[in-house]
Design a protein around this ligand. Sequence first.
Ligand code: CDP
Length: 229
Amino acid sequence: MDKKITIAIDGFSGCGKSTLAKDLARRLEYTYIDSGAMYRAVTYYVLKKGIDVNDSRLVEKALREINLKFAAKVSEGIFLNEQLLIGEIRSSRVNAHVSTVAAIETVRTHLVAQQQKIARSEGVIMDGRDIGTVVFPKAQLKLFITATLEERVRRRVKENISKSIPVSTHEIKKNLQHRDHIDTTRKISPLEQAVDAVLIDNTNLTRIEQLEMVLALVRCRTERKIEED
Ligand code: CDP
């Protein structure tokens, strides 16, 4: 498949968007961009500087001191002013504050502009909360991923155990609920399914089943693009 499309993946916290995006990127040789890592890196910086995340004016000022760069085509890491961040952006502290930072209008305008710039070429998969609605409204394939809260908690607990991150099940559940609430109710580009997105509830799908389903969709959308071009 030579011709490449743009794939936008949105959905709730912990529903496996990044796992799917990485699997797709490897199979299709696409570039994967984790937009959440950018919001997380800004939050990490702001917290490190001791800035109150509720003070949008100070957060906005800090944005000018931040330069973000992705480490590789399909990677876990992001460079924040030359410092490679991997596990640091997934700490409970960042989890607790990232949605507050991501609700600030200037933060969104700034990061969305960067996301659109990085992904100017085709063959890009980006996951987040506003990718199909705001970042790539013309993406050929938009997915909206969901799963039950119980299943999302179960997966995040498993992920944390594998990464030796010490967090209780209760804390994970509370954080997912907290972020879902802020993400869906914020004024600026709240998390919502784009009208032309395909909805996938992956509660009862294995990683492979979901990947094969989406690969079939990618094939169809790529053929459609070839016909239209
Ligand atoms: O991996 P997980 O689903 O837990 O979250 P993430 O994708 O790393 O995103 C972390 C947080 O960043 C989300 O809860 C949102 O508040 C924010 N975010 C956003 O507002 N817009 C995006 N495009 C991506 C993330």
